[in-house]
Design a protein around this ligand. Structure first.
Ligand code: C2O
Ligand code: CU
Length: 473
């Protein structure tokens, strides 16, 4: 572990004690427009009740210049990638008047939100697909604080890969103040041809599906290689979501570490410091970073190849995702990091029902299909569950590729091989199951009966059959 953090701290503290250094720039202030390079279009609330966020949203194709000089007929929410950024408080009601102006059916799934099944957006399970020209109103209360996201649940690999995704940040007004200057960063990628057109979502046929198709164009809030401004010593809080359909993001920075304070379902039991941060598709992270360096210097946040199985790192260089530029001001003294520790009570596993799943691959009529327990999603028998029940899921991966496993509508607690909680504890809705590995978690069902999906969040895999349903009664 590198210990560069205390550098130059003592003298600044002394100056402060002597009353010197006062009258200088506000140590908390960021330069004007520091975040504009990654600004997202905010959603517009047309409801005057402060506890209700009510918005219109349209899915439509719009030509965007994602690569300079090229026009791409992107699939968008309201004409932008990502879609409008929704920000509200925990307990608020969210109403979304949605209209489908795409040439094919779609839905919106609210990834990670513990909302009623009828609002979950799983086409043909919790609602019929919304046909072109049709509308649907999503209406629910935001039950948890954290970073969530929304995306379609019809032809997901294609629709997400073409640009349909957006971020939803749910604030908890009681959380500690001054965790840092906050940025929401939606990471994704896109496969665009040299003429700007979108690549065929079936490129590479079965082979492409097996690998999971990644795009060459890395995007942060819809921008390629943006540069954010930061003050040396002034803590940043980055709220990250991996919205790519297949790509894993392993991020690293020279001489800087990530202090992870939260994940899918809000704060973790304790912060964890690490040199690299891995986000499988669908996962979120809440991290603190203290930028250091000479005034005016920059450092890169790099994508580092992550081995997610057979040949996935072969011949792949590191790439820059975005860059941090330090302002010309002198380094400020970082304020102490507020405590975000959270007590997470382990679920009581006495009497819990074991559920065992195998993530599998097979062939039907000469075509590759993926499945769970040897059965593709279109033939799957739902896993039964009862309201109030606790289950322990064991998800085995005998394939040659990792699978990020996602359960709709509920948070779960990751367990180790002895079924003890993994520390630091966290609430998750998506967890990576590595090659030849096993994912284990405990989940307790509250009173929201219905059909809930679970699937691999490499959406090429999901579309190829690696999905199943939970029938909660
Ligand atoms: Cu983001 Cu069915 O998932
Ligand atoms: Cu998979």
């Amino acid at each position: 572990r590198k210990t560069h953090l205390p550098r130059r701290r003592a003298p600044l503290v002394l100056l402060g004690l002597l009353g010197l250094g006062c009258g200088g720039p506000d140590p908390g202030a960021q330069p004007e427009g520091w975040d504009s390079a990654v600004a997202m279009r905010p959603a517009t609330d047309r409801n005057t009740d402060p506890k209700t966020f009510e918005m219109d949203l349209e899915a439509r194709i719009e030509e965007l210049e994602l690569v300079a000089g090229l026009k791409t007929p992107a699939w968008t929410y309201d004409g932008s990638i990502p879609g409008p950024f929704v920000r509200a408080n925990v307990g608020d009601r969210l109403i979304v008047h949605f209209r489908n102006a795409l040439p094919e059916p779609t839905t919106i799934h609210w990834h990670g939100l513990r909302i009623p099944a009828a609002m979950d957006g799983a086409a043909e399970h919790s609602q019929p697909a919304i046909q072109p020209g049709e509308t649907f109103t999503y209406d629910f209360v935001l039950p948890d604080a954290g970073l969530f996201w929304y995306h379609p649940h019809v032809h997901s690999a294609a629709q997400l890969g073409f640009g349909l995704y957006g971020a939803l940040l749910v604030d908890d007004p009681t959380e500690p103040a001054d965790l840092g200057d906050e940025l929401v960063l939606v990471l994704s990628d896109m496969a665009i041809r040299d003429d700007g057109s979108l690549q065929d979502p079936q490129t590479g046929l079965d082979f492409g599906t097996l690998f999971g198709r990644e795009g060459d164009l890395l995007l942060v809030n819809g921008r390629k290689n943006p540069v954010i401004q930061a003050r040396a010593g002034r803590r940043q809080r980055w709220r990250l979501v991996n919205a790519a359909k297949s790509r894993y993001f392993q991020l690293a920075m020279k001489e800087h570490t990530f202090t992870r304070i939260g994940s899918d379902g809000g704060f973790m039991e304790k912060p964890v410091e690490s040199a690299a941060l891995v986000l499988a598709p669908g996962e979120r992270a809440d991290v603190l970073v203290v930028p250091r360096g000479a005034p005016g210097s920059t450092f890169a946040v790099r994508w580092v190849p992550y081995d997610r199985g057979y040949g996935t790192t072969f011949n792949r260089p590191e790439e820059e995702v975005f860059r941090v530029r330090l302002t010309d001001e002198a380094e400020v003294t970082e304020t102490p990091r507020p405590k975000t520790d959270r007590v997470i009570t382990p679920l009581d596993l006495a009497g819990a029902t074991p559920i065992t799943l195998d993530l599998t691959q097979g062939e039907v009529d000469g075509k590759m299909v993926m499945g769970i327990n040897g059965v593709p999603s279109w033939e799957a028998v739902p896993v039964p569950a009862m309201v109030g029940e606790t289950q322990v899921w064991t998800v085995k991966n005998t394939m040659d590729f990792d699978h990020p496993f996602h359960l709709h509508g509920f948070f779960f607690q990751p367990l180790d091989a002895s079924l003890a909680p993994i520390h630091p504890m966290e609430w998750k809705d998506t967890v990576n199951v590595p090659v030849d590995g096993t994912g284990r978690f405990a989940v307790r069902y509250d009173d929201r009966p219905g059909m809930w999906m679970f699937h691999c969040h490499i959406l090429d895999h999901a579309d190829a059959g690696m999905m199943g349903m939970l029938d909660l009664q």
